[in-house]
Design a protein around this ligand. Structure first.
Ligand SMILES: *Cc1c(COP(=O)(O)O)cnc(C)c1O
Length: 384
């Protein structure tokens, strides 16, 4: 089966022309940084994308060569950041029910070597058992980094907000993320005692200047900012063309002339800031989020995925991809990830069975899609 990679093609942008011509500048970048610094109680810095933000966080807290535990059901962007920081990923298997690692699978990771840190991912907005993770981290002296690409605004069972627990918090504002401005990301450094492996301490009054040195100095590339501006409009045309089955060729052309870029191919770059209009849009979305966010993408594990997808397609649903079709996605980067299927059997199994609903369907549409699934019968979602 062919899987498309244009998750929803920006269907959550209701007014593509407004985004195309939206204003925004350096002031909006500062405004969002201030908001994030307060919200997550640290020093925030906007970056070009989530993977660059994660690379900054990792290189602040870990030394080259160290191992870091990562959810064994993730995207290659995370691994790219780990590699950029010259660290090594150790994959933890997941529970089928939450798509996250748990105390048991974390313990198993340590049998494969000593790790120094752990990236919490809250897959598809499902929060990890944070009490368990904290206990594990404390016992083994691990530093926690929270990656909120899927889970901005989510609350843990402990009552804490995601992003207020770890030494650093990372956000992605990429396509279909919890906050979606097509591209962009942020890192919030929270713990200044552990920075640089506590080789030196940064006094409170020196934090701002210290962080200043890490801050990207170059403006967003014109081509990147144009790609972000146009994407919602292209998405709308793409969806329109899907009725006459010309969407595929349309997207292939846009890719060929580099007017659209696949999310997975977005370059890691530590020197570039996001565009001002993206920061402005992100801040607006955060304000909306204050009521509290839920699950990002409802998921089902199916024994006959291809058939069910075909049925959903016939019922008028447009699924152009899901998270994740490989334990480290997308497939074309999977080989480079160093993932060993025998270490993470549940993640491997789940990747072959999962589908998830894009974020833009409303409750009524979702109810109908669930009917299709129910009618089909054999789906399961229980834990291994
Ligand atoms: C998408 C994603 C990232 C990276 O985001 P980019 O902005 O695409 O670099 C990081 N972590 C997770 C879990 C993601 O899904």
């Amino acid at each position: 089966m062919r899987i498309h990679y244009f998750l929803g093609a920006a269907a959550n942008f209701k007014k593509p022309f407004r985004y195309l011509f939206s204003s925004g500048g350096a002031r909006d970048v500062l405004k969002l940084e201030k908001y994030l610094s307060e919200r997550y109680d640290g020093e925030a810095m906007l970056m070009k994308n989530g993977r660059s933000a994660l690379a900054v966080a990792l290189s602040c807290y870990f030394k080259p060569g160290e191992k870091i535990i990562v959810n064994g059901f993730t995207c290659y962007a995370v691994i790219e950041a780990i590699k950029e920081a010259k660290l090594k990923p150790v994959y933890a298997d997941i529970e089928a029910g939450s798509l996250n690692f748990n105390a048991k699978t974390l313990e198993k990771c340590l049998e494969r070597g000593e790790a120094k840190g752990i990236i919490v991912q809250n897959t598809l907005g499902n929060p990890v058992n944070i009490a368990e993770v904290k206990k594990f981290a404390k016992k083994n002296g691990l530093i926690i980094i929270e990656d909120l690409a899927h889970s901005a605004g989510v609350k843990y069972a402990s009552g804490e907000e995601a992003g207020t627990v770890g030494a650093a918090t990372v956000l992605s504002f990429g396509k279909e993320k919890a906050i979606d401005t097509i591209s962009g990301g942020a890192v919030i450094l929270r713990d200044f005692k552990m920075i640089n492996g506590a080789r030196f301490k940064i006094p409170r009054n020196a934090r701002k200047t210290w962080v200043q040195e890490l801050r990207p100095t170059k403006k967003c590339r014109k081509s990147d900012s144009l790609r972000a501006r146009y994407y919602p409009l292209f998405g709308k045309i793409y969806r329109g063309l899907s009725y006459v089955k010309l969407n595929g060729i349309f997207m292939r052309i846009l890719l060929k002339i580099h007017w659209v870029e696949k999310s997975a191919d977005n370059r890691l770059d530590l020197r570039r800031r996001p565009a001002g209009f993206e920061a402005k849009s992100a801040l607006k979305q955060f304000k909306k989020l204050e009521a509290g966010a839920g699950v990002l993408r409802e998921f089902y594990l199916l024994n006959n995925r291809d058939e069910v997808l075909e049925k959903l397609r016939k019922a008028g649903y447009y699924f152009d991809g899901f998270w994740y079709e490989k334990p480290v996605s997308p497939e074309r980067y999977y080989k480079k990830s160093g993932f060993k299927e025998k270490d993470c059997p549940v993640a491997t199994l789940v990747a072959g069975k999962i589908i998830n609903f894009p974020t833009y369907y409303n409750e009524k549409q979702l109810a109908k899609a669930r009917e299709v699934l129910k009618e089909y019968g054999d789906f399961w979602k229980e834990e291994e």
